[in-house]
Design a protein. Structure first.
Length: 95
């Protein structure tokens, strides 16, 4: 529930939080110890911020793909919305 302050100022709120769901697949799920994690983040957080926070940046260079709200290749620097879903998809190998 959002509480409105009575002393409204011109400065934007910096303490508003969002809930974001992170989904892990393949070996990454094993590494993280979970297939799904829900985290609280500040308003204005991007998927890239979360990737950095969980130290997943090096994996992007190894073929890890990221889907934001079901869109693979979404802008990782865009602000997330409440209830956004970030899926981490391992590279697919074939034979």
């Amino acid at each position: 529930m959002l509480t409105l302050r009575s002393d409204v100022s011109e400065e934007p709120e910096t303490d508003l939080a969002l809930k974001v769901k992170m989904l892990f697949f393949g070996p990454l799920a094993e590494r993280m110890g979970e297939r799904e994690i829900e985290v609280a983040v500040l308003l204005g957080t991007s998927a890239r911020d979360i990737i950095d926070r969980f130290r997943l940046t090096p994996m992007l260079d190894s073929g890890l793909r990221v889907a934001v709200d079901g869109v693979v290749g979404a802008d990782l620097d865009a602000e997330l919305s409440d209830a956004s879903e970030i899926a981490f998809l391992p590279p697919v190998s074939g034979g």
